[in-house]
Design a protein around this ligand. Structure first.
Ligand SMILES: Nc1ncnc2c1ncn2[C@@H]1O[C@H](COP(=O)(O)OP(=O)(O)OP(=O)(O)O)[C@@H](O)[C@H]1O
Ligand SMILES: NCC(=O)N[C@@H]1O[C@H](COP(=O)([O-])[O-])[C@@H](O)[C@H]1O
Ligand SMILES: [Mg+2]
Length: 406
């Protein structure tokens, strides 16, 4: 058995993490790691990002710039590099790991493959033979028109490097293809000049299956564990509500776990993965996955003894995990309704007077329309009851423009 040794932050023996991306998910990973005494350094594209507000140190730069990324790694000298967003110079991570010996979580290739819809489709559909939506890739409007005809209407057009619905369009007819092409290039998280077009999957419900690869304390082998499935509802490609556990047939759950096992085993490394799947009856279709905590998985802060953030922190540090859920729960988002200066939140007392409600306000200073600024977490007697409480509480909360302090 390999002994895991953790240091103390801010001392020469500290265990140090460099997180690439510092949004709401990174903020919770930072807190989880700090509870284990870890020193957390956070990088992002803008100052004062949510995770930076709780980190030991922060760095603001364009993380798609490979040279700058290597410089920051050299300055921080972390034990682990933990990507938190897609928009990073992923192709440089392998060289950084090879040259410095610093582990990239879960692996440099897993980060590169999962941030690029073309690479993950190639792995999942072509190499592993997993069921997916029909798809095509396009590097020009003409190619996209041909691709849309091939997969059929209605279809989804998405930038190859994106998340939270950025640059995603639902396209019902050939006349809408050009607008989708333009929107994908305007609103992508990072610009690749390429899009995926996917035929619409007719599903009963969709889930995130949080899947953890961690080191077993007894055998020292890497083992795979699963959280209970998380159901969610998406609007314009971004989640608005999630709940756990999503009821599923035994066959569908077994298939979901098998797909998650296949794809995460192929990617390798240690950490949590958010495997997104569509379910129709007993059939399960692979959509995509994150090699890190998932936004829909924030519900685990209400449902599990160890949230997805605790699980990620433990798994990346080489520690064992326990994925058991002990409550039914739900999560509902708090989004900015428009461009708002100095966001402030009202209705919190009303929200918190509902039983078993908790609120996370992320600390994003810039509030533009649709930006996720917080979530409500609810426990309930069952998922229906938890969803009702979460939605009621998030409806009670409003984002307003605050006055500047004199
Ligand atoms: N081919 C499809 N068929 C049916 N629905 C789809 C399809 N592709 C996407 N969707 C819907 O849009 C949502 C977002 O799509 P996707 O996960 O690919 O985007 P994303 O920008 O990576 O989102 P996130 O970062 O939040 O995971 C899906 O969860 C699903 O509800
Ligand atoms: N679906 C991926 C996802 O939810 N990622 C989370 O959103 C942040 C970016 O938010 P922003 O766009 O508001 O800056 C990311 O840093 C991550 O925490
Ligand atoms: Mg998704």
């Amino acid at each position: 058995m390999t002994e895991v040794v953790l240091g103390t932050a801010k001392t020469p023996g500290a265990t140090r993490i460099l997180m690439l991306g510092g949004g709401e998910l990174g903020k919770e990973v930072t807190i989880a790691a700090q509870r284990l005494g870890v020193e957390v350094h956070v990088a992002d594209r803008y100052e004062n990002s949510p995770a930076m507000q709780v980190a030991h140190a922060s760095y603001v730069f364009d993380m798609t710039d490979a040279q700058k990324l290597a410089e920051v790694v050299a300055e921080v000298q972390p034990d682990l590099i933990v990507p938190e967003v897609e928009a990073i110079a992923a192709s440089a991570l392998k060289q950084i790991q090879d040259e410095t010996g610093i582990t990239v979580i879960p692996t440099p290739d897993a980060v590169r493959i999962t941030m690029d819809r073309q690479a993950i489709r190639d792995l999942a559909a072509n190499q592993l033979g997993l069921p997916t939506s029909p798809f095509a890739f396009a590097g020009s409007l003409e190619e996209l028109q041909a691709g849309a005809e091939k997969v059929g209407f209605p279809c989804f057009v998405k930038p190859t490097m994106s998340s939270s619905g950025h640059g995603q369009s639902y396209v019902e007819s050939p006349a809408e293809v050009e607008a989708a092409w333009n929107f994908a290039s305007e609103d992508a998280r990072a610009h690749t000049g390429k899009v995926i077009v996917e035929g619409k999957v007719d599903f009963d419900y969709e889930i995130t299956l949080l899947t953890v690869r961690s080191r077993d304390a007894v055998t020292d082998e890497i083992v795979t564990s699963y959280c209970d499935p998380i159901g969610h509802r998406q609007v314009s490609g971004d989640f608005v509500e999630s709940w756990q556990p999503q009821p599923m047939s035994d066959t569908a759950l077994a298939r979901a776990q098998m797909i998650a096992h296949q794809v995460t085993t192929a990617l390798g490394g240690c950490g949590i993965f958010g495997v997104e799947l569509f379910v129709k009856g007993d059939d399960v279709i692979f959509s995509e996955l994150s090699p890190r905590p998932h936004d829909t998985g924030m519900v685990t802060m209400a449902t599990q003894r160890y949230s997805e953030f605790d699980l990620h922190a433990r798994a990346i540090l080489g520690l064992p995990v326990d994925t058991k859920a002990d409550h039914a729960g739900a999560c509902a988002v708090i989004k900015s309704p428009s461009e708002i200066d100095n966001p402030q939140f009202t209705g919190l007392a009303e929200a918190m007077s509902i039983p078993e409600i908790d609120v996370r306000l992320f600390g994003k200073a810039e509030a533009h329309q649709g930006r996720r600024l917080g979530v409500v977490l609810a426990r309930g007697t069952d998922i229906e009851n938890a969803r009702k409480r979460a939605t009621q509480a998030s409806d009670a909360i409003s984002v307003i423009s605050g006055k500047e302090k004199p």
